[in-house]
Design a protein around this ligand. Structure first.
Ligand code: AMP
Ligand code: ZN
Length: 300
């Protein structure tokens, strides 16, 4: 991995925390991320999207209903806590002191870490009743967790995902995805980044996972915009375009005005990955970036 990661650390842009894939970031890094966030808002400004922001954890109940543990048990993070009495506390402190496992007594809470920013959106919109004839559009962002520790600086365990989520008829959500495939490419061109667009699949777990992945590809349900970032590695997915068909609508009973089941789609921006793509291609000091790129991220 070497070069690029080391240079990010040397420049102070990323700070190792002792856990692979969990980084501290500098003010410069965050300033670029904020600029990208504003550029994404500008690209989606015409949609009148409803803004929703969530903490990095969501209801365990909704997570269970979504089927995440069926498809991605290996990526999930659950929130556990101590719920014992004095005696149990004593035992816990003793185990820590002896360097033994103290976590066995931790109990599950009603929270899990959010795996993708759009997950908390569906039950909220479904709870309002049928979507009106124009469909609905949500602008959502959240820290997300995926248990995929890695030395690649582009693979975080905790990272920020910004999404636009479209809910409505099949025609409405498919048109939305087409629009965003174009808009995202225009944005990445304005950032002067090399990229490719490709059909993709999620990393479904286990033996059945390959079938799921093949079917997702065959139906072209997921596209990714990939940018070469890491030394000697495949290009990295920086933006994803997902058509869920009726998966989330079935889960939450989400209907359109005529009473039929809704369809949903989302476009997800990996914020840290986009920052890293800019640093990789234009250099670690934004002062030297092309003027057009600086302007796109608001670094006048
Ligand atoms: P996905 O739900 O897997 O399509 O993810 C949406 C977007 O989040 C991707 O296009 C990536 O840009 C970003 N992303 C996914 N996983 C990670 C990760 N481990 N670290 C950083 N960004 C990620
Ligand atoms: Zn999504």
């Amino acid at each position: 991995m070497g070069g690029f990661r080391d240079s990010l650390i040397e420049a102070g842009l990323l700070m190792p925390t002792g856990v692979d894939g969990v980084w501290g970031r500098s003010g410069l890094f965050e300033g670029i991320l904020d600029g990208l966030d504003r550029a994404i808002s500008a690209a989606g400004a015409d949609g009148g999207a409803e803004v929703m922001r969530f903490p990095p954890a969501m209801a365990r109940e909704g997570f269970e209903r979504s089927g995440y543990m069926k498809n991605f048990p290996h990526l999930a993070g659950t929130v556990h806590c101590f719920c014992g009495d004095d005696r149990a506390h004593h035992g816990l402190l003793g185990a820590i002191e002896r360097g033994e496992d103290w976590t066995a007594g931790q109990g599950a809470t009603d929270l899990v870490l959010t795996p993708a920013a759009c997950y908390p959106v569906y039950p909220i919109v479904a709870g309002r009743g049928p979507i009106d004839a124009d469909g609905h559009l949500v602008d959502v962002a959240s820290y997300c967790f995926r248990h995929e520790p890695s030395l690649e600086p582009t693979r975080f365990q905790l990272f920020r995902m910004r999404e636009y989520v479209r809910l409505g008829t099949a025609d409405q959500v498919v048109a939305f995805r087409e629009t965003w495939i174009e808009r995202a490419q225009a944005l990445v061109r304005a950032l002067s980044l090399p990229f490719a667009l490709d059909v993709a699949n999620d990393p479904f777990f286990g033996r059945g996972g390959k079938l799921m992945a093949d079917s997702q590809r065959a139906q072209a349900l997921k596209f990714e915009l990939l940018v070469p970032i890491n030394d000697g590695a495949d290009p990295t997915a920086c933006i994803s375009f997902n058509y869920h068909m009726t998966h989330f609508a079935d889960t939450w009973g989400l209907r359109v005005a005529d009473g039929t089941i809704a369809h949903t789609a989302c476009v997800g921006f990996g914020m840290e990955r986009l920052v890293l793509a800019l640093l990789r291609h234009h250099g670690l000091d934004p002062a030297g970036w092309p003027g057009s790129v600086r302007a796109t991220v608001g670094l006048a």
